[in-house]
Design a protein around this ligand. Structure first.
Ligand code: URA
Ligand code: SF4
Length: 202
């Protein structure tokens, strides 16, 4: 199967990876999106946040979590006592996938094949950032890193041992909070998951 692997330069640092990712054609998602949205932030970092894929604003601006979900995430991180400047933020898939509805572009979840195709970028980021704690945001990122049978609803907010003695914690996606029927309750749940991570990092 096609994948990003052939586009990932061996031995490159994060800036080299970011540059190379602009030319990735590891799956078809590069065709309709504006640009590759690579991860950003501190490296190495104690914490790495992994979302699903860039949204409409991220696709236009070329940076992860800068739209409405990003603002919600920033607020929750601050309230949980995790400094966004101290973390590395990225996505499981680096191109925006969408369908158009009139002039609007509506997010469409990536397939398992697209997540697999994009995985070499995430693995390369993990190698450079070396986070003690990885936090997955939403079902897609949870499955990408913890396996296809992983259920966020059952295991969220728990610190789980991961590869090489590192830790991982899964929580919901900030977009889910924005879309929820009971936003305040969902926000509080999201916050309490992030606080579990913050506590473990003390
Ligand atoms: N949702 C995500 O999963 N990632 C982003 O970067 C923005 C919205
Ligand atoms: Fe490459 Fe990932 Fe974009 Fe597909 S989504 S083209 S694998 S960067």
């Amino acid at each position: 199967a096609r994948s990003a692997a052939e586009f990932v330069p061996a031995g490159a640092d994060l800036e080299g990876l970011r540059h190379a990712a602009r030319a990735c054609q590891g799956c078809d998602l590069f065709r309709d999106a504006t640009q590759t949205v690579f991860g950003e932030g501190r490296a190495p970092a104690r914490v790495m946040l992994v979302g699903e894929q860039p949204g409409d604003q991220e696709d236009r601006q070329g940076a992860p979590f800068v739209g409405p979900a990003g603002r919600m995430l920033d607020r929750a991180l601050e309230e949980a006592g995790i400094d966004r400047d101290e973390v590395y933020v990225t996505n499981a898939v680096k191109h925006f996938k969408f369908t158009t509805k009139g002039k609007r572009r509506i997010h469409k979840s990536p397939t398992v094949g697209e997540m697999k195709a994009c995985r070499p970028w995430l693995d390369a980021e993990l190698e450079r950032v070396e986070p003690e704690m990885t936090i997955t945001l939403g079902a897609t990122a949870g499955k990408a890193l913890l396996g296809s049978s992983f259920r966020v609803s059952e295991r969220r907010g728990q610190i789980l041992p991961w590869e090489d003695g590192r830790l991982i914690l899964a929580t919901i996606h900030p977009s889910a909070v924005l879309r929820g029927d009971d936003r305040e309750a969902m926000y509080q749940g999201f916050l309490s998951d992030l606080r579990v991570a913050a506590q473990a990092l003390k």
